[in-house]
Design a protein around this ligand. Structure first.
Ligand code: ADP
Length: 367
């Protein structure tokens, strides 16, 4: 390659890497999204941008920006950028466990915890906002029969979902998310005593009888805020519902981690891929530095020991708690905050793990 072509290629690479991957916030080259970069002597440049399945919409703008950036490099006469779905997902565009028959929903992921009070609902709400910020169409369904908190987290406790002429419930739309809670339709006192099968049929009904999306305009992902724990109710939901993956939330102390192990075992038993462990309340920022109140690195070590992907740590943060109490999730109201970016990175990684967990069906050949 002659020197001027080499210099041009370097400039093109730099221009591409200056454009950020909307999922991880890193440069497009660094994240490996750019494939087959070809720079001809005649100034014609071609490359492919690989978007994970479900994120094609967000990547349309990325492709336009990439084309523009490369076109402005001296000596470039023509740019052709092709957007493709993630190679791993191409073989099987829909997750294997995907909802037989969940109309208008591409995939359902669960946010679970081994026990209550670890911040599962807070994480589920912010993760859902992060997925939406990453360009996906997102719904959040709170099926925590023991204490539905979505109405409070989103400040919609006073609202009632409306019934449409086709008898489907319209989800409540806020911060760009489609929201529904089991708390809207059943008396929590009654739901508390449900057995697994009853809870599962109520959850299934909420998945089926809510107008989440249409075949032409589906939700990319429906996030399920699960009831805490690993008992009969949770096991039946994990067994019967079409979950593409589960995210488990834990605090760092040893007792909570024992519950994480139980959670992982429950999802393994029901063949739901664990697509991430998130450690919440990892530390408190003090003038003297980080204080690891509940111990350090516990969830990461547990994830590593059990071969489950670790997504990241969330500190104890007063504004996270205040946002939850004020009905406006932190990630939606502070999009540029480092914590929101961390949520977006974790959300992207969880979706990638779900896509990777999809194994293409075996090809059977008769010869
Ligand atoms: P769970 O769903 O596991 O029962 P919640 O999400 O309801 O837990 O959280 C329990 C309480 O802890 C709530 O008051 C919430 O605002 C608070 N909380 C959760 N995560 C954090 C955090 N990282 N920093 C500060 N407060 C938090």
């Amino acid at each position: 390659m002659n020197t001027s072509l080499k210099a041009r290629r370097e400039k093109i690479s730099r221009a591409l890497d200056a454009i950020k991957d909307p999922l991880s916030g890193k440069g497009l080259l660094e994240t490996g999204r750019i494939q087959g970069l070809d720079c001809g002597e005649d100034g014609k440049v071609r490359f492919t941008i690989e978007a994970p399945t479900g994120s094609e919409r967000a990547f349309g703008a990325v492709r336009d920006a990439a084309e523009k950036a490369v076109a402005s490099v001296h000596g470039v006469t023509k740019v052709t950028a092709v957007l493709t779905a993630h190679a791993a997902a191409k073989a099987a565009p829909t997750p294997a466990r995907q909802a037989e028959g969940v109309a208008g929903v591409r995939s359902v992921i669960a946010v679970a915890s081994g026990k209550g009070g670890v911040g599962k609902s807070t994480v589920a709400a912010n993760l859902a906002c992060a997925l939406a910020a990453n360009g996906l169409k997102v719904g959040l369904l709170d099926v925590d029969v023991y204490g539905p908190s979505l109405p409070t987290l989103f400040g919609i406790a006073a609202q009632k979902p409306a019934m449409r002429p086709d008898k489907k419930l319209d989800p409540i739309v806020k911060f760009g998310l489609k929201l529904m809670s089991i708390g809207f339709i059943v008396d929590p006192e009654q739901a508390m005593i449900w057995r697994g099968a009853m809870a599962t049929s109520a959850v299934r009904q909420l998945i089926d009888d809510v107008a989440w999306g249409t075949d032409a305009d589906p939700l990319d992902v429906l996030v399920l805020d699960m009831p805490p724990g690993t008992g009969d109710v949770q096991l039946t939901i994990a067994q019967r519902l079409p979950l593409a993956g589960a995210v488990i939330v834990s605090t760092p102390q040893e007792l909570a981690l024992a519950d994480v192990r139980r959670g992982i075992a429950m999802f393994e038993k029901t063949h739901v891929p664990v697509i991430g462990i998130i450690e919440n309340m990892s530390w408190l920022e003090t003038p003297a530095g980080r204080m690891h109140i509940f111990g350090e690195g516990g969830a990461r070590r547990t994830a590593e020991a059990l071969g489950a992907p670790f997504l990241g740590e969330i500190p104890i943060d007063v504004s996270l708690r205040e946002s939850a109490d004020n009905g406006a999730p932190f990630v939606a109201t502070h999009p540029d905050h480092a914590l929101s970016k961390a949520f977006r990175t974790m959300a992207a990684a969880a979706m990638e793990n779900a896509a990777r967990a999809v194994k293409p069906a075996p090809v059977i050949r008769f010869e």
